[in-house]
Write a protein that binds this ligand. Structure first.
Ligand SMILES: Nc1ncnc2c1ncn2[C@@H]1O[C@H](COP(=O)(O)OP(=O)(O)O)[C@@H](O)[C@H]1O
Ligand SMILES: [Mg+2]
Length: 320
């Protein structure tokens, strides 16, 4: 029989196994003040919670090794409660596997993000989540709430859809925001930036800044200017400092093409937008033979980094 961990979505019929793991896990923790309330959970309270919001049970060879109760009290967000690993299963990645499954569940169910709380007396728990890109949102006494905004990927069949996607992104932006675009030559980075510029109401045209490295497009509607940077010919991170973007990034929306690994130093938070080109579908009626560049499928992945994007409903705004 395999020693693989099996993680499944469970309902109230598995409450006895779930409460057993919760009790074993929390009994192994140091005493806290005020004490954790996990010890008060019973089969009935856990069954009611699983009935309402569901949860995860991890088993190995049929033995319960870990559990999580979901909390769906916040719209668009998946809460993780009572994240529990049997003391025998420590250091065997049970928690990591469960968190991966919980994130998949949240994504499949169209959630924008995940939240949970940790006790400040348990720094190893804090580090566990922080390592998985969960960031502190707020603190209430010894309880720290942590959150993570989920990334997304979507198909973009043509240049107009790329501009529409950018317009949706523009709707979320405010002065000081940084976008880092990656993707090969012709992927659609400038097309995306054009959509952004149009939606922000800045003076155009937005073109590939081939002869200049950075171009500022002032707003025509009293909003933030768009600073459009092409880092293609910049050798390294030091050179992005030379163009003195720091002076403007607080008041502007800054978009850096080819900026991965360089632009991130400009801000603690950024949106990374990567564009992958997929082969054109066979029988595409718009061949380049007739002189029109044909539309081709792209897959655009948008990943939030840093505190700025906590609690921003990226997936709802960009996929809905
Ligand atoms: N799905 C798509 N998304 C974006 N651009 C597309 C798409 N399909 C075809 N294109 C075309 O590909 C080209 C992308 O060029 P550009 O935006 O300048 O790329 P980059 O700045 O990444 O080098 C444009 O001519 C655009 O019309
Ligand atoms: Mg370009």
């Amino acid at each position: 029989m395999s020693s693989e961990l099996d993680v499944t979505l469970v309902g109230p019929d598995r409450a006895a196994e779930v409460v057993g793991v919760i009790h074993r896990a929390f009994a192994a923790r140091p005493p806290l003040d005020p004490p954790a309330t996990a010890g008060d959970e019973t089969v009935e309270t856990v069954a009611a919670s699983l009935e309402r919001d569901g949860g995860l049970l991890a088993t190995r060879r049929g033995h319960p090794m870990g559990a999580i109760l979901f909390d769906r009290s916040r719209p668009g967000m998946l809460g993780l409660k009572r994240v529990s690993v049997d003391p025998l299963g420590r250091d065997r990645g049970v928690a990591s596997v469960m968190v991966g499954v919980a994130e998949d569940v949240a994504e499949e169910q169209g959630m924008d993000g995940i939240w949970l709380t940790v006790r400040e007396e348990l720094p190893a728990n804090y580090r566990f989540w922080n390592h998985r890109l969960y960031l502190p949102v707020r603190q209430d006494g010894p309880t720290i709430e942590m959150g993570k905004t989920l990334w997304l990927a979507r198909e973009v069949p043509d240049a107009d859809t790329m501009r529409d996607l950018a317009a949706r992104v523009a709707g979320l932006l405010r002065p000081g925001d940084l976008l880092v675009l990656t993707g090969g030559l012709g992927a659609g980075k400038t097309t995306f930036t054009q959509g952004l510029g149009e939606a922000l109401g800045v003076r155009g045209p937005v073109t590939s800044p081939t002869f200049v490295i950075a171009r500022t497009h002032p707003s025509e509607v009293g909003g933030p200017p768009l600073v459009h940077v092409d880092a293609y010919r910049l050798g390294d991170a030091a050179e992005i400092d030379d163009i003195d973007l720091d002076a403007t990034t607080d008041e502007s929306v800054t978009v850096v093409e080819w900026g991965e690994g360089m632009a991130e130093q400009l801000s603690d938070s950024w949106l990374s937008i990567s564009i992958e080109t997929r082969a054109a579908s066979p029988g595409d009626p718009l061949g380049t033979a007739c002189g029109i560049p044909s539309d081709e499928m792209r897959v655009v992945s948008i990943r939030p980094h840093g505190r700025r994007w906590l609690e921003v409903p990226l997936r709802t705004a960009l996929l809905g």
